[in-house]
Design a protein around this ligand. Structure first.
Ligand SMILES: C=C1C[C@]23C[C@@]1(O)CC[C@H]2[C@@]12CCC[C@@](C)(C(=O)O1)[C@H]2[C@@H]3C(=O)O
Ligand code: AKG
Ligand code: FE2
Length: 371
């Protein structure tokens, strides 16, 4: 009896917590205190800078694409690609699928809520636990097959959603492999040089698909859509709808908006590529802002190595003068480290202190993340 009570209690407490965290943001007329960040979020260093600096846009059909990709990875850690080969109808379909999902009533979405220790499903940003305030967004994570979660949302008509997701993942996987080859090529390394690079045509590396929704917000200056973070992936392919909100942080410049370009895709360097390149291609710190009138949607495809593969600095990039800066880690080990240490995760797998005495570029000790 006592056990039954405590299970009920735990269940109710969990659901109360879920309810508090999962406010129906789209229906809110005021910003609740739980979501009110500082009022100085817009004081980004880029506003103070007089030299305009913008995220590179690379045409993948450009004969110099490899060189341009390498330069963008080194100097920004983020760039946009055009002529990427992903059919536009697939980009439109994934956006519509996201729109349909987030338009469901909150009670319906909660049926597919991510379990406390789970990975797939509906929920607030995972990184919320590291911040005192909640973010003005909702997310849906898909790892592996979308069927189990989709059936909870649409018991009788889940197959269209699942087909769109599977098709999108296939296209993203093809593009991710192509980008990986360009990134490695720009480092003077081939796909065959990395043990997992020679995956047979048609096979795929593991990936997470993250659908993000940022409803219009009554007080956007004090709200945060998704707080500053780096992705744990090798690389991330981000599709944003036509509403701006994504910002990338560049050393010496500050926060820079990554403007939506119709049918272009944003590519982020993730922490594992940072490790693989021995810090030559730093992972980009980025965040999503919200606005007063527009509902913003984004879809992130986080691409990683096969689960049994340890990622460590490429031997071609290290020698006595350039020792490996990071110890080997698998993706799942790194995700565990990230879940525990968040923005200190990279430093926590670092082998030796940098010569200049500074920590990793994205190890901001909690100073940069909110603004
Ligand atoms: C594989 C993963 C990377 C991710 C955590 C996750 O298990 C699934 C979602 C990913 C995401 C997307 C939004 C930003 C992010 C930091 C987060 O909280 O969830 C990333 C995670 C990551 O890259 O570490
Ligand atoms: O919505 C965006 O533009 C950013 C999303 C993002 O950073 C992520 O899902 O990892
Ligand atoms: Fe991200």
């Amino acid at each position: 009896m006592h056990t039954r009570l405590s299970i009920d209690h735990a269940f109710n407490t969990y659901h109360q917590m879920i309810k508090q965290k999962h406010l129906d943001l789209a229906s809110m007329k005021e910003l609740p205190e739980s979501h009110a960040w500082s009022s100085s979020l817009d004081e980004s260093p880029s506003n103070a800078s007089s030299t305009p600096d913008s995220v590179p846009v690379i045409n993948l059909k450009d004969p110099n694409a490899m060189k341009l990709v390498g330069h963008a990875c080194k100097t920004w850690g983020v760039f946009q690609v055009t002529n990427h080969g992903v059919p536009t109808n697939i980009l439109e379909e994934i956006e519509a699928a996201g729109r349909n999902l987030f338009a469901l009533p909150i009670q319906q979405k909660l049926k597919a809520a991510r379990a406390p220790n789970g990975v797939s499903g509906y929920g607030v940003a995972r990184i919320s636990v590291f911040f005192p305030k909640l973010m003005w967004s909702e997310g849906f994570t898909i790892i592996g097959s979308p069927y189990e979660q989709a059936r909870k949302l649409w018991p009788d008509r889940y197959s269209k959603f699942c087909d769109v997701i599977e098709e999108y993942k296939e296209e993203m996987n093809k593009l991710a492999q192509r980008l990986m080859a360009l990134m490695l090529g720009s480092l003077g390394v081939t796909m065959e040089d990395v043990k997992w690079g020679g995956t047979q045509a048609g096979s795929s590396c593991p990936a997470a698909l993250q659908l993000n929704s940022y409803p219009a917000c009554p007080d956007p200056e004090r709200a945060m859509g998704l707080a500053a973070h780096t992705d744990s992936s090798l690389l991330t392919i981000l599709h944003q709808n036509n509403t701006s909100g994504l910002q990338a942080h560049k050393e010496g410049t500050g926060w820079v908006t990554v403007p939506p370009i119709r049918h272009a895709l944003v590519i982020n360097v993730g922490d594992l590529l940072h490790i693989l390149s021995n810090g030559l291609y730093p992972s980009v710190l980025h965040r999503a802002m919200v606005n007063r009138t527009q509902h913003r949607l984004s879809v992130a495809y986080l691409y990683g190595p096969p689960s049994n593969v340890q990622i460590s600095p490429l031997s071609k990039l290290t020698d006595q003068v350039h020792p490996p800066l990071y110890r080997p880690v698998t993706w799942s080990e790194y995700l565990g480290t990230k879940a525990k240490h968040f923005n200190k995760a990279l430093s926590s797998v670092r082998l030796c202190a940098p010569l200049n005495g500074f920590a990793d570029a994205n190890d901001h000790n909690g100073v940069v993340p909110v603004g």
